[in-house]
Design a protein around this ligand. Structure first.
Ligand code: GLA
Length: 391
């Protein structure tokens, strides 16, 4: 068992820890080193596992820039795209699968002795249209939607096949991704525009967890979503998870994507979010961490995930101005300080991609490594933070 930090100190004290960490000599110094002298996975080993999402070139060692970073810094991997429905089952039926890329992903994790995450079984994004379409008279009246039974059959077959194939090897699955709606007030809890919600209501969520559990009873099964740092969205998460728990649905973890920006969330926001999520008595996984270091307001209001992926700006992958580098370092230190404070509940912190050049937010410089794979001041600050916390 890993030794866990169990510090219950006041928010004010933690704020001063953040300030001390930022002031630490050299924490914000510009670094040009291409050789990394430290390791994030080592630095945080008493707190939680640190992981990264990788792409299909990286999983076959075709990315020389990212390879040394992945292997020296991270102890867990998530698949950026290769296990999404459109990649793994592009066509209907048992012959419609394409496992080459997913197999390579899992083999990479095993070869490098990493924790392997599966992402994602059920999502409205990156899912082929055929999944939702009626066939052979099995359609809902007056629509071309599949009827409930047909959609559930497809879901069951997909989950049993994909989870079953990697049973015991993929240890953690994002079972349901982003099914909470974004609006506040009287808005419904579930994302009404999702075909899953439109056709099946809550049923697909419950069945997805049940079938994933049947396919691999030892896998950790997460519900994964974004903007859980915002209280109204988090309230929906809590309602949804409690409902599942009351029905004994086998959900075993919360995935908080943590796509954030320079000013949001504050340390206090993140601290409050983690405290409230922990009240569900499920472990928390930070699943898709990145910090948009450009204009504020990343995908917090829109549910149009695919459109949001294009918000990155004009492909500006140049180095950030020093003041922005410092703001990025400060925000990462805020976040990791909160993660460490809550390390009794947090199992894994996963960055969403390796370098700024790989990111879905290309142009927003969101990661710890720049487009050339060089560590940014934010990397140095995050790496050094645990030393400061020990003091
Ligand atoms: C969501 C998904 C990820 C990724 C990002 C960016 O957060 O969960 O798989 O696609 O959007 O596009």
């Amino acid at each position: 068992m890993k030794q866990k930090s169990t510090c219950f100190v006041s928010t004010r004290l933690w704020m001063s820890v953040v300030a001390a960490a930022l002031a630490a000599k050299g924490a914000l110094a510009q670094t040009n080193a291409t050789v990394l002298n430290g390791s994030l996975k080592e630095a945080y080993k008493n707190y939680f596992t640190v992981g990264v999402a990788i792409n299909t070139r990286q999983q076959v060692d075709q990315d020389r820039r990212a390879e040394p970073i992945i292997k020296s810094q991270f102890a867990a991997i998530a698949p950026e795209n290769c296990l999404k429905w459109e990649s793994v089952q592009p066509r209907p039926g048992t012959n419609g699968y394409s496992f080459q890329s997913a197999d390579a992903y899992v083999a990479f994790g095993e070869k490098n002795n990493m924790m392997i995450v599966g992402h994602t079984l059920v999502w409205h994004g990156q899912t082929p249209q055929w999944v939702f379409q009626g066939e052979g008279g099995r359609a809902l009246q007056r629509t071309n939607d599949a009827d409930r039974a047909l959609l559930l059959e497809r879901l069951h077959e997909h989950i049993a096949t994909v989870v079953g194939r990697y049973k015991g090897r993929i240890k953690v699955w994002d079972v349901v991704n982003e099914t909470l709606s974004d609006g506040g007030g009287n808005d419904t809890i579930l994302r009404a525009q999702s075909p899953w919600v439109r056709i099946l209501g809550y049923e697909f969520i419950e069945k997805a967890f049940i079938w994933a559990h049947e396919a691999d009873p030892d896998a950790i099964l997460r519900y994964n979503d974004y903007s859980l740092e915002n209280a109204p969205k988090r309230a929906k998460l809590i309602t949804l998870v409690k409902r599942l728990q009351e029905k004994n649905i086998p959900i075993s973890a919360i995935g908080s994507q943590t796509h954030v920006n320079l000013t949001w969330p504050t340390f206090a926001d993140e601290d409050a979010a983690l405290t409230e999520m922990a009240s569900l008595k499920l472990p928390i996984y930070i699943t898709e961490l990145d910090v948009k270091a450009g204009a504020s307001g990343q995908r917090i209001r829109s549910g149009a995930v695919d459109a949001n992926a294009n918000l990155g700006g004009g492909g500006d992958t140049q180095a950030l101005a020093d003041s922005v580098q410092q703001a990025l370092a400060k925000q990462y230190v805020n976040l990791f300080t909160a993660f460490c404070k809550h390390s009794a509940d947090i199992k894994l912190v996963t960055f969403w991609n390796v370098t700024d050049a790989d990111s879905w937010l290309r142009g927003q410089n969101p990661l710890l490594f720049d487009a050339q794979g060089k560590p940014k001041p934010a990397y140095e600050a995050v790496l050094k933070l645990p030393e400061t916390l020990k003091k």
